[in-house]
Write a new protein. Structure first.
Length: 247
């Protein structure tokens, strides 16, 4: 029996299963009131639990969304660290090698040709020695800013490290390659202004063509490097296309 009713029964004189005259009606009224109040308390508790449950669910969804957003940002950051050059923001060596292998595989299936350009800045060491590495780093950043918007969307531009860059011109035919290469080297013949310093830094470029000169990553990189050093030997600031006689 409800404790409240037990107390009230004693007050009303309940004894041996009987009420004094007139107290039975009071007892019935008391029972109704007590249980109505108990029912209201139950409904209030249920509403409170329902509200708390809904709030917890909303909080869970909010935390879940924040967690997913943070995870996505974290994954994106790690992806950038793995594929982007930390200084210039363009592709790094790892990402370039991956892209090169994919393009080789695609070219084997389709029969398409592509050109690999190995670029090395001329007299870059003098910039670091004369003006400091901070200016040298800013020059490398400007190289990326100048070249990247000037190439086709399907082409690849990456920094291998130091002052060495590579360009991949995909899906080319011989007559269309020369204007692309000429445009690339002309970008370096314009002056560079870094911290109000006018720098005249050009580039030496070595070019190999897939599959005419090589058909795998190692040979393509090796022969592009040979052609680039030949450009250096011939006086810098020019393009040299690989020839078998260079081996």
């Amino acid at each position: 029996m409800h404790k409240v009713l037990q107390k009230q029964l004693k007050k009303l004189g309940f004894k041996d299963g009987k009420f004094p005259d007139g107290n039975l009606e009071k007892f019935i009224e008391l029972v109704n009131t007590t249980y109505n109040e108990a029912d209201e308390e139950r409904k209030f508790s249920e509403r409170t639990l329902e509200t708390s449950s809904q709030e917890m669910e909303e909080l869970y969804e909010e935390l879940k969304q924040k967690s997913q957003t943070a995870l996505a940002k974290s994954e994106q950051r790690y992806k950038e660290l793995a594929t982007k050059d930390m200084l210039t923001g363009i592709l790094n060596r790892f990402a370039f090698e991956d892209a090169l292998n994919r393009i080789i595989s695609n070219s084997k299936r389709t029969g398409a040709k592509f050109a690999l350009l190995f670029l090395d800045l001329d007299r870059f060491k003098e910039v670091n020695d004369t003006y400091g590495h901070d200016v040298g780093d800013k020059l490398l950043i400007e190289v990326a800013k100048r070249v990247l918007p000037s190439i086709r969307i399907e082409d690849v531009f990456a920094r291998l490290g130091g002052d060495e860059f590579v360009l991949l011109f995909t899906n080319i035919i011989q007559k269309n390659l020369y204007p692309l290469v000429d445009k690339a080297i002309s970008l370096f013949r314009r002056p560079w202004v870094i911290d109000d310093i006018n720098l005249h830094i050009t580039t030496s470029i070595g070019v190999v063509i897939y599959p005419d000169d090589a058909d795998n990553e190692i040979e393509l990189m090796k022969k592009a490097d040979i052609a680039m050093y030949k450009s250096k030997e011939l006086g810098r600031n020019q393009v040299v296309y690989f020839q078998r006689s260079m081996l």
